[in-house]
Design a binder for this molecule. Structure first.
Ligand code: EPZ
Length: 448
């Protein structure tokens, strides 16, 4: 077996138009914001469509860069991808020309690795690059590979690529993970839908995006079910059919805009948000004194408390769903800078998702990063404008929140990170009364 240490490639990203956000802070946000479809559901469904040769149609797909990377990757494989109107995609993978997912796709987006399961179980072989993705930790894929080997796949690793094949159909089996992995669960589940026999996956991730993927697979005729809160069972079928599906709303985008309302002392309604997916975030906001009300398809957040003595500090700890989502931890850190007392942050999922707090400190926040998983935030502290840099998608969105709350002007470099996962984010903030503009900074090779 070739050495399976992560391969550090000399990936030379093509020069991109470096963009930045310029934000004039201190203005409360008011109004209604539409919540887009969930990035982390849509990307997996687009990949799952390769499980059948029949046409699949998806609505409420967010118009974001990661969706463009996924659809370009599918097209490179020879899959037909139509985009008849905004937020609508159709996929038909009658056959494919190549079974090769290149470094380019993987280096841009970790989620490209979700193609391993469906392509392997449908076509019997695939060569796929070791993914790059957000810079929030090592982000290995060893659990994905182990899961597919448990289903009979033969997978070798050589010089940055996984060479996977399955002589005959994959066979159902027991997939046991040492801890919850969202895409590990999804890769195993997708592979199992066409495997021969019964597969049990546990502990299976319980994120709403996983259940949305299950709902789509069931429409395709897959025999897949969440039989326990942490268990998914699949009885493989020989073939699946095309289906149509509307992507669920993005709970991480919703959490981001909820914090935006709070830290600007505004009053914002989120249209299309599913409060049923937001339990842990809503509880955290209420613990800090943010006023929240919710209905079947809206959530309303008021940050009035900001003017009446500020928010209450509180400790937060990330966890797999239904715990507090790690993707909402960065926005909540911005809120905690405006809260009284010392708040302790425990980022339990990733090992360096706190690095960005150094940029928040440059805006005046009183933050101490104790180690890779723990930080303390003391407040309330007025934030002031600064020149800051974005390192990853969620930190980038959080720096916008900090800039909206700060006095003065903030320049945020690396806007392309944010456009990976937030649809029309500056337009949505402008419509809420923010003063934000996206500015081209000239051509440069990104420090990827
Ligand atoms: C998904 O990433 C999401 N991405 C992430 O959202 C989200 O933060 C994460 O789940 C939450 O757990 C997509 O769905 C595209 P994991 P995923 O496997 O599946 C370790 C965003 O901003 N691990 O659940 O890659 C891993 O390092 C992104 O939208 C292994 O050790 O995450 C982490 O510590 C960021 N080996 C833990 O498991 C593996 O083979 C949980 O990661 C896989 C994961």
């Amino acid at each position: 077996m070739a050495d399976e240490r992560p391969f550090h490639w000399e990936y030379r990203p093509e020069p991109v138009e470096r963009e930045l956000f310029r934000v004039e802070g201190g203005r409360p946000l008011h109004g209604t914001v539409p919540i887009s479809g969930a990035k982390n559901a849509a990307l997996k469904m687009l990949a799952a469509a390769t499980l059948t040769g029949e046409r699949c149609r998806f609505t409420n797909v967010p118009e974001i860069e990661d969706v463009r990377v996924m659809t370009d990757t599918l097209r490179d494989l020879g899959v037909v991808v139509d985009h008849p109107e905004p937020n609508v995609y159709e996929v038909a993978s009658g056959d494919v020309d190549w079974l090769f997912v290149p470094l380019e796709a993987a280096a841009k987006m970790r989620a490209s690795f979700i193609l391993l399961g469906p392509l392997l179980t449908r076509f019997g072989q695939v060569i796929i690059s070791n993914p790059g993705g957000d810079r929030i930790g090592r982000r290995p894929v060893d659990l994905h590979v182990d899961a597919l080997r448990a289903l009979g796949a033969e997978i070798d690793y050589r010089y940055g690529y996984y060479y996977a094949r399955s002589p005959g159909r994959l066979r159902g089996g027991e997939v046991r993970f040492p801890f919850v992995t969202v895409m590990g669960t999804e890769n195993a589940m997708l592979a199992a839908t066409l495997a021969q026999g019964h597969t049990v996956i546990r502990p299976a991730a319980a994120e709403p995006e996983v259940d949305d993927l299950i709902a789509f697979l069931q429409k395709m005729g897959a025999n897949v079910e969440r039989t326990l809160p942490d268990t998914i069972e699949v009885h493989g079928r020989r073939r699946l059919r095309g289906a149509e599906h509307r992507v669920i709303p993005d709970r991480i985008e919703a959490g981001t805009f909820m914090v935006a309302a709070a830290v600007t002392g505004g009053d914002v309604s989120l249209r299309g948000a599913d409060a049923g997916h937001l339990g842990a975030v809503l509880q955290t906001l209420e613990r800090t004194g943010v006023a929240v009300e919710s209905g079947p398809d809206f959530v309303r957040v008021s940050g009035a408390a900001l003017r009446d003595g500020g928010f209450r500090g509180c400790d937060i700890e990330t966890a797999p769903y239904p715990g507090l989502a790690t993707d909402v931890q960065p926005p909540l850190c911005v809120l905690l800078t405006q809260a009284r007392g010392t708040s302790h942050v425990h980022e339990a999922i990733f090992e360096d998702r706190l690095d960005w707090l150094g940029e928040l400190r440059r805006m005046g926040a009183d933050v101490t990063v104790r180690d890779a998983h723990h930080a303390e935030i003391r407040g309330p502290r007025r934030l002031h404008g600064a020149d800051v840099d974005i390192s990853d998608l969620r930190a980038g969105a959080s720096l916008i929140l900090a800039a909206l709350a700060a006095d003065g002007t903030t320049t945020i470099r690396g806007a392309h990170h944010v456009h990976r996962g937030y649809e029309n984010i500056e337009r949505k903030f402008l419509d809420l009364g923010a003063q934000i503009e996206r500015v081209a900074e000239g051509i440069a090779t990104p420090t990827s």
